[in-house]
Design a protein around this ligand. Structure first.
Ligand SMILES: Cc1ncc(COP(=O)(O)O)c(C=O)c1O
Length: 344
């Protein structure tokens, strides 16, 4: 390329400059070449292998016996800021491999925010157009992040929450089957695979297989289903799912399973228990994490922490040693305009 052909201006690119390129003749060759382009992406290479940290200050704050240890997996370290980067990447990889995400198709899905941010980020990095159906009630930070990456956003009824977004995206996807790749995170087995292949093995390695409990909040349930099933095949790990205690709640990203559309990927036989946490407790735990440990996490991480708090009371009473791993789903900065940080 001659210097005169270089283009270093900050004009916004159109999507379709990455894996949409012409990659060869046969469908198999083209899909293999597209997968190579995915693996070479700097954003893709930055997803996963997140730190697992011990919360020693919180253990001391809660006056836990030495035999009980708490660990948090810092998923906000992912480039899109949440655990859902893993999910979105796994769904895109599966779509390219099975031929359903072909060049020119727009990835569409319903998302309360984090998966949408991950799709939008990967769409920008890989040249895939992205349309997202988001409840109008999602936090402003999330909605503005989606448009920053160049995704198209369609709002669903704020009073119908994530279920309203699911119903609307199904209608839109059904009306344009050849235009859209419907990622369908609630029913897509690639969501589970993301965690069977990455989150679960990372936790196993980082704890040297010595964890006793795994605590994960339930949205699509992919984290618990995937990482949980992996951990169960490796050892005696108690799986704790965390859901909001009530149907109307303020813990973004989570589902109250008794009243919500139950995700198709959810296997009720897998968790050893499911704990209900109310919004105030989740918020209080997130605030405690910020003040005591200096980790600024969102409300679903707070819900995981609140569930672990209940668990350690039981374990301490029984004199049981434990090494509890919790998911730190996303960062507190995503909730600055919500009520999460209002209390002093
Ligand atoms: C903030 C947050 N926490 C937790 C979850 C739950 O993760 P999963 O969908 O794997 O159940 C989500 C899902 O969207 C989320 O956005």
């Amino acid at each position: 390329m001659k210097n005169s052909e270089l283009s270093t201006q900050f004009a916004l690119p159109r999507t379709g400059i990455g894996i949409d390129a012409d990659f060869g003749d046969s469908a198999v060759e083209a899909s293999a070449a597209r997968m190579r382009a995915v693996e070479e992406s700097a954003v893709v290479q930055s997803i996963g292998e997140t730190p697992l940290v011990r919360l020693r200050r919180l253990e001391a704050h809660w006056r836990l016996p030495d035999s009980i240890e708490l660990y948090l997996k810092l998923e906000w370290v992912n480039p899109g800021g949440s655990i859902k980067d893993r999910t979105a990447l796994s769904i895109i990889r599966a779509g390219i491999t099975d031929g359903s995400l072909t060049p020119g198709r727009t990835l569409i899905d319903a998302t309360s925010g984090n998966t949408g941010i991950a799709y939008a980020m990967l769409g920008a990095a890989l040249g895939i157009p992205v349309t997202l159906v988001v409840p109008e009630s999602a936090s402003d930070e999330r909605k503005r992040t989606l448009t920053a990456y160049g995704a198209e956003v369609i709002f669903s009824d704020p009073y119908e929450g994530s279920d309203g977004a699911i119903r609307l995206v199904r209608e839109i996807a059904a009306a344009g089957t050849d235009r859209f790749f419907y990622a369908d995170q609630y029913n897509n087995p690639a969501n589970i695979l993301a965690h069977t292949r990455t989150t679960g093995p990372e936790i196993w390695r980082q704890t040297e297989g010595k964890l006793t409990h795994f605590v994960a909040a339930l949205g699509t349930t992919g984290t618990l289903m995937g990482a949980g099933s992996f951990l169960k095949t490796r050892g005696h790990v108690t799986l704790v799912g965390v859901q909001p205690a009530e149907a109307f709640h303020g813990i973004e990203g989570l589902k109250h399973l008794p009243t919500a559309i139950v995700p198709g990927i959810f296997n009720p036989a897998l968790p050893d228990r499911i704990v209900g946490i109310d919004t105030e407790n989740a918020f209080a735990a997130a605030r405690a994490l910020a003040r005591v440990e200096g980790f600024f996490a969102g409300s679903s991480t707070g819900a995981n922490l609140a569930a672990a708090a209940g668990l350690v009371v039981e374990l301490a009473r029984q004199g049981e040693p434990a090494r509890i791993v919790m998911i730190g789903c996303d960062a507190g900065s995503r909730y600055l305009t919500t009520g999460l940080w209002d209390a002093n």
